[in-house]
Design a protein around this ligand. Structure first.
Ligand code: C2E
Ligand code: CA
Ligand code: CA
Length: 589
């Protein structure tokens, strides 16, 4: 294959000589035409006897692409003719090719000289020994397109700010920088609009979109140009802050963000206010990937939300540990009931009027975890509630407690009227199979309904609708009784309480604890007891730990007691022993 010079780019000596000798045959002419009309730029380089690469030819496309008349450079050494190639691998490659080396190509060659700057795709191959052709094409335009495309795929179409992939990419780069540079600081701020769904539902999607666009704008205005502002979920935004001098900066930024969001949002014909829950993860909290860093900030945001929205929380390792612990327990819970890891303890409830009587027991769940040992309900009940597993747990507790009281009733005549109090989760009642399952358990365990008391918290009762109330009434008609648990901690509404089939009210132990610390507290408890009496309910005081509390409560007219002063929650065996001592006590007293 012989390369022939184009009219504009006359080849150097040898080729020109040949041209003048008119040795060009038809094939060569066609080849020349091809070079001449090729849309790709072509440069020819010859290796001379001193080992220099001499520029010996080019085609019109090369002129166009390089924005210059290349013919004026003919005969110059490569590095002089094309200074932009000096610090590239090109000279070395071409030298190899001239010496018989394999062809070489690159998709992307950055070229920068005094005249032009751009990116080229380049193919170099040997034309004949000592002569190398380089065909090239401008890729700058292509690159521009690529970056435009990239921008589009990395942008949130609604707000115009970065999207999730872009956000993750930037965080990834930040993590790399943080590894290399000791002075580099970054922080991730995770912003979630509170109750955004409400806006969408009540004002329509237009309004929702307007709020998101405005939020993006305000966030953008709250941070520096170099910081990344992204929308990564429907109403979730992330700000990545970089290159600041002190970790005070992200905290100040969060304050600015909260102020910016606090101003009312003007919608078409309405003003609305928006609050946000904010999680902050500082770059000093090591994360091994962008996803992990984002998850940390998200965790902090969720913590803020759980604490009651419109707050800010920082990520900490202990928060991570807590969360992992919750996730693990939630997973373990699935098998725990089946494997018999849960068991009940029973805390006596005493009636201390003229006679000292055992009124019954409250059944309290415990979890013997294979790795963690004993876990108390304060830890696992909230997790069971969040995951809905509290429903199954509740039926398990009811079945166990009923089975055991049935056994005691069969063994001890004085236990005929004893009550078993079982905690009922508010999630159990609305389910359609609630009543059938309750009946089924009572049948199966042969416990008379009148020996069962269900403890329901005040808040749960308040939130329940009419169908819940009618179900509770139906149970009551069967003979089941109810107590309001933790009374005083929720939002009591008198009129509401009267509509419920309640016969016991349990004063929350926080009130009992406060009894000794002031006259006001005593008055509150007095009022609760009066209220209960007027509603014909009996009062159980919970968490009674000392004789003084016992004395005060007795004076106030309280008759039922539960607390460490009388007994801690007991294992089944010890509770049964307690039942037995009670017989003898009852007989001797
Ligand atoms: P709760 O229903 O208010 O139960 C009373 C809690 O007070 C029990 O804690 C009991 O051990 C504790 N207590 C009793 N007397 C005293 C005292 O004198 N001093 C102090 N400091 N504490 C006392 P426990 O067993 O840790 O149960 C915590 C909560 O877990 C229960 O509060 C109840 O809401 C929930 N729970 C327990 N078992 C179940 C269950 O089977 N189902 C459901 N849904 N919830 C349960
Ligand atoms: Ca209870
Ligand atoms: Ca309680």
């Amino acid at each position: 294959m012989a390369a022939k010079p184009t009219p504009k780019a006359a080849e150097t000596s040898t080729v020109t000589d040949r041209t003048t000798k008119r040795t060009i045959n038809g094939a060569e002419r066609r080849y020349q035409n091809l070079l001449h009309s090729s849309p790709m730029g072509i440069h020819l380089f010859r290796l001379d006897g001193d080992g220099r690469l001499i520029f010996t030819g080019s085609n019109p496309a090369a002129d166009t692409l390089m924005h210059t008349d290349n013919s004026r450079l003919l005969g110059l050494p490569m590095e002089e003719a094309f200074s932009g190639l000096k610090n590239t691998e090109v000279p070395e490659r071409i030298r190899e090719i001239c010496a018989g080396g394999a062809a070489w190509r690159t998709d992307h060659l950055e070229y920068r000289s005094l005249d032009i700057a751009g990116a080229f795709e380049m193919h170099c191959f040997q034309v004949e020994p000592g002569l190398c052709a380089c065909m090239f094409q401008d890729r700058s335009e292509h690159k521009l397109m690529e970056s435009r495309l990239r921008h589009l795929t990395q942008q949130d179409p609604l707000t115009g700010i970065a999207n999730r992939p872009m956000c993750l990419e930037r965080i990834g780069i930040a993590l790399q920088r943080a590894k290399r540079r000791a002075d580099y600081r970054h922080a991730i701020i995770y912003i979630d609009l509170d109750r955004f769904k409400n806006i969408n539902d009540t004002q329509g999607h237009h309004a929702g979109d307007a709020v998101l666009v405005e939020t993006a704008k305000r966030l953008r205005a709250s941070v520096r140009e170099l910081d990344t502002v992204a929308r990564i979920g429907s109403d979730e935004f992330v700000v990545l802050m970089e290159e600041f001098d002190s970790y005070k900066r992200p905290i100040q930024a969060v304050k600015r963000i909260r102020q910016a969001l606090a101003a009312p949002f003007l919608l078409e014909n309405e003003e609305i206010t928006v609050t946000a829950s904010i999680g902050l993860a500082l770059g000093q909290d090591l994360a091994s990937s962008a996803e992990e860093a984002l998850r940390n900030a998200n965790l902090a945001m969720h913590h803020a939300k759980a604490l009651g929205r419109n707050r800010i929380k920082s990520f900490t390792q202990s928060l991570l540990r807590q969360t992992l612990n919750v996730v693990r327990l939630e997973n373990d819970m699935d098998r725990a009931i089946a494997r018999g890891e849960f068991f009940l303890e029973f805390q006596p409830i005493l009636q201390l009027g003229k006679n000292r009587q055992l009124f019954g027991f409250e059944a309290l769940a415990r979890w013997r975890h294979p790795d963690r040992g004993l876990i108390m309900p304060g830890e696992f009940i909230p997790i069971a509630e969040d995951s809905g597993k509290v429903v199954e747990l509740g039926y398990w507790a009811l079945r166990e407690a009923s089975r055991i009281l049935t056994k005691w009733r069969e063994r001890y005549p004085h236990m005929q009227d004893a009550m078993m109090s079982v905690n009922l989760s508010p999630q159990q009642v609305p389910k359609t199979d609630f009543l059938p399952r309750m009946r089924e358990i009572l049948n199966e365990t042969r416990l008379p309904a009148r020996n069962l008391k269900l403890e329901v918290t005040e808040t749960a009762l308040m939130q329940s609708g009419t169908s819940v109330l009618s179900k509770l009434h139906e149970l009551r008609d069967m003979g089941v009784s109810f107590s309001v648990d933790d009374f005083g901690t929720g939002y009591s509404s008198l009129s509401y309480l009267t509509r419920l089939p309640l016969d016991h009210l349990k004063i929350d132990l926080s009130f009992v604890r406060m009894l000794e610390t002031g006259k006001d507290n005593l008055e509150i408890v007095r009022a609760i007891i009066q209220l209960a009496t007027s509603l014909r309910m009996d009062v159980v005081a919970e968490g009674v730990e000392n004789a003084n509390q016992h004395g005060i409560l007795t004076d106030l007219g309280c008759e039922y007691f539960q607390g460490y002063l009388f007994s801690r929650p007991l294992s089944e065996e010890r509770a049964e022993a307690f039942v037995q001592t009670f017989t003898s006590e009852a007989i001797t007293s």
